[in-house]
Ligand binder design. Structure first.
Ligand SMILES: [Zn+2]
Length: 288
């Protein structure tokens, strides 16, 4: 298990699967040529860049909290998630997870909420968890029109059944969860997108979800991918997140960045870059 401590909070990075995406989608047309010039080497012969999907497991105040729930167990855009295996390898049973926090309601962030139970009846994969959603994000997606959209099968499958199966809590804005965690408003990718801020014993971290998809955005926050609902708001969100992270050196964890997705924003030769942090494999208290 790849873990880092932030004060008294342990953060573990859990792989759920590889997500192949066409390079051209990584920037809107006005910035596409510049983006492709800088990132073409990352694409394979089919013009695809593979980014990881990661969930983050937090241990805080004796509770186990999961941030986002991945693709899920069914083929989703050709990907079958492996969060179940990553949890097992980390020695975590789905029954152990008490809270599932959600950054936004895209398909690769909600998939393990619901699995097929006996006789194919939908069942909660985390049978003891409370699920926490931002009210604005829920209200945006869970309309009759969006639920009926063929592109939103994940909402019908992995989100809509949840309130009948598990406690669901809706919060608005920058609400604190327990002592150490706070929702941070980071709109743009979706209207109600949130990051999770961590503050413990004088140390800080932020898990930014899909506020940024690739580290080249540190130097080019204006490079909004086509998946950002509002490219201008998303760019402003990234500028603010990166300014703060560079200023105080807080740990940044990003769902789709390479490796564990955990690192710091540093400036080298006038450019912002992402420097991965060393992780502990054991969950020991003193990572290298
Ligand atoms: Zn995502």
């Amino acid at each position: 298990m790849d873990t880092v401590w932030v004060g008294n909070v342990e953060i573990a990075s859990l792989f759920d699967g590889p997500l192949p995406l066409p390079l051209w989608q990584f920037a809107v047309p006005v910035h596409r040529a510049a983006m492709e010039g800088a990132m073409r080497h990352l694409a394979d012969e089919h013009g695809q860049v593979i980014v990881p999907m990661r969930c983050y497991l937090l241990r805080t105040e004796g509770r186990v909290v999961l941030l986002d729930s991945g693709f899920g167990p069914r083929p989703d855009g050709g990907v079958v998630g492996c969060l179940d295996r990553s949890l097992r390898n980390a020695g975590v049973d789905p029954c152990d997870i008490e809270v599932v926090l959600n950054t936004h309601l895209h398909h690769d962030h909600v998939g393990w909420n619901i699995v097929d139970g006996a006789d194919g009846i939908p069942a909660a994969f985390f049978p003891n968890a409370e699920h926490v959603f931002q009210q604005a994000e829920w209200d945006y997606w869970m309309t009759p029109e969006r639920l009926a959209d063929p592109a939103n099968a994940h909402l019908r499958r992995s989100v809509a059944p949840l309130p009948d199966l598990r406690p669901v809590r809706f919060v608005t804005g920058e609400v604190t969860i327990g002592r150490d965690l706070t929702f941070v408003s980071t709109p743009g990718h979706t209207p109600g997108h949130v990051a999770i801020g961590i503050q413990s014993s004088g140390e800080r971290a932020i898990i930014i979800g899909d506020a940024s998809h690739y580290a080249e955005q540190l130097d080019h926050p204006e490079w909004s991918p086509v998946w950002d609902a509002d490219p201008h708001v998303a760019a402003d969100t990234r500028r603010k997140l990166f300014d703060e992270a560079e200023a105080d050196g807080r740990l940044v964890a990003a769902t789709h960045y390479p490796g564990t997705g955990m690192g710091r924003v540093v400036r080298l030769s006038g450019r912002r870059v992402f420097r991965s942090v060393a992780v502990s494999q054991s969950g020991d208290r003193d990572p290298a």
